[in-house]
Design a protein around this ligand. Structure first.
Ligand SMILES: O=C(O)CCC(=O)C(=O)O
Ligand SMILES: [Fe+2]
Length: 469
């Protein structure tokens, strides 16, 4: 059921634009937001503004020296958000009215501030620039500053200028901030359309449900070399005697939100597969999860759950999860593992685009507050790789709470969050990208506190176009 990656099922809301930013004539396909009339199927003609006001922000350091980003808390305390290298940027999630500064590395002693960034109260601006080179209205001094840069610095500065100009143009055309680095190519992987709420897509997989789990000594670790793992159309799937009868598993993908694109798949794992995975998770070492963003340990705990990572090679059940996920996402299975020279020879690298499965356990009261999954690539990386899709696999029914929340979904009815309810074997899918290669700020989401009981979940993150670390 896998399709060629260069899919010509092009998104109808992609629209070609031409412009000249001072670097010659350029073309780009922008994604135009779907119209509420269309995606509500005529039920609504106006979007209700989401109650949640938080959003992504990105700070650009257009200077030839390293600076530090601080968030200035309401009690006026500077929180260290890390270093931003020359001609680099840092991104984080924030709220209107918050305050950030760029400052020298010795700020705690010197108290010197290079630039204050008050986050705009209307919630419309996400991009903030520190540019000590350009002196508005003074061409002479600007030229002098430019002349002091080395050739490589000058090129890096220009790249940021070009990105800034593009972002301004992009915003004029689409109304959205450009959160990645121009010119980022469109995602290479397929994206399921989300034309209207409750639209359904059907997809089949040869990876039918396990009804019995083979004994441990049979399951084994996956050791075959890349090409030997490729199943041809008429090769039998592994352990067919242990699976549900029939050649195919049918899955239904239902659109629950158009903007961001969120989908539910009611039945993605069988009872027995889930039980096996949970037992595996319980026996594995569940470590206190940390959000890998460095910075200040005084920062509020945003994630209070436990997690552990499990690879595809662990055994045939986990391998099946990846093969089925590949079919669901319409991405070739081989992209979810290391490949040899013959498989996707033109792909930028040979590594899996999928991460290991992240098994998460939440106890009562535990949660993960609103965040984006995408992350920001290094400005110098032309591919701008980042997390592209998130497949959430719910491993149990949670008595109360524990939903996945999309607080910024757009619809005509309510400003309240969209809640995806956990259910054993169910999956939810969302994309962190838009079809034009921009990051989707509206993909911000949270795990609501578990109110009663506990919650087991798997995150499967898929990168586009590659995993670069
Ligand atoms: O637990 C959930 O429902 C979502 C988890 C999540 O967003 C994450 O781990 O990044
Ligand atoms: Fe997440």
């Amino acid at each position: 059921a896998s399709v060629p990656v260069d899919d010509d099922r092009k998104d109808p809301n992609l629209q070609e634009i031409s412009f000249d930013l001072g670097f010659g004539e350029e073309n780009f396909e922008v994604f135009m937001d779907p119209d509420i009339q269309a995606f509500s199927q005529g039920k609504h003609d106006k979007i209700v503004k989401p109650h949640m006001k938080g959003h992504a922000v990105k700070f650009f350091n257009m200077s030839p020296y390293s600076v530090k980003l601080f968030w200035i808390s309401d009690s006026n305390e500077p929180m260290d958000m890390g270093v931003c290298k020359p001609f680099h940027s840092v991104g984080t999630a924030s709220f209107p009215g918050h305050n950030f500064i760029f400052a020298p590395l010795d700020y705690m002693q010197s108290k010197v501030v290079y630039q204050h960034f008050p986050i705009d109260k209307t919630g419309t601006n996400a991009l903030y620039y520190y540019d000590p080179i350009h002196v508005p209205g003074n061409e002479e001094r600007t030229k002098k500053n430019l002349a002091r840069l080395t050739l490589s610095e000058y090129e890096k500065y220009n790249k940021m200028v070009r990105n800034r100009k593009f972002a301004e143009h992009y915003k004029k055309v689409t109304g959205r901030e450009y959160l990645t680095m121009y010119p980022r190519p469109k995602p290479r992987h397929f994206m399921w359309p989300a034309d209207y709420i409750n639209q359904t897509h059907w997809v089949t997989s040869r990876e039918t449900f396990f009804k019995n789990i083979p004994e441990d000594n049979l399951l084994g670790t996956i050791r075959e070399k890349p090409l030997e793992r490729k199943l041809k159309e008429d090769d039998p799937v592994a352990f067919s005697d242990y699976r549900e009868p029939g050649d195919h598993l049918n899955m239904t993908i239902r659109v629950v939100s158009v903007r961001p694109r969120v989908y539910e798949i009611d039945s993605f794992l069988s009872e027995q597969e889930v039980d096996h995975i949970v037992a595996y998770a319980q026996s594995a070492n569940l470590k206190l999860s940390t959000v890998g963003q460095g910075g200040d340990s005084k920062k509020a705990k945003v994630r209070t759950s436990y997690n552990t990572w499990v690879g595809r090679e662990t055994n045939q059940i986990f391998d099946t999860v990846y093969r089925r996920a590949a079919d669901l996402l319409q991405i070739d299975e081989s992209l979810f593992r290391d490949r040899d020279a013959t498989e996707f020879p033109d792909w930028p690298n040979k590594r899996s685009i999928g991460e290991q499965l992240q098994l998460v356990h939440y106890n009562e009261k535990q949660e993960y507050t609103a965040h984006h999954d995408f992350g920001y690539a290094d400005v110098d990386n032309k591919l701008q790789p980042a997390r592209f899709a998130t497949l959430l696999l719910y491993l149990n029914d949670v008595e109360e709470g524990g939903e996945t929340s999309f607080p910024r979904w757009h619809n005509g009815e309510t400003g309240k969050e969209l809640l995806t309810k956990p259910k054993k074997g169910k999956a939810a899918l969302f994309y962190s990208f838009l079809p034009d290669g921009n990051l989707d700020d509206y993909s911000q989401h949270a795990a609501k506190p578990v109110l009663k009981g506990e919650k087991y979940l798997i995150n499967l993150w898929v990168r586009d176009p590659i995993k670069d670390f």
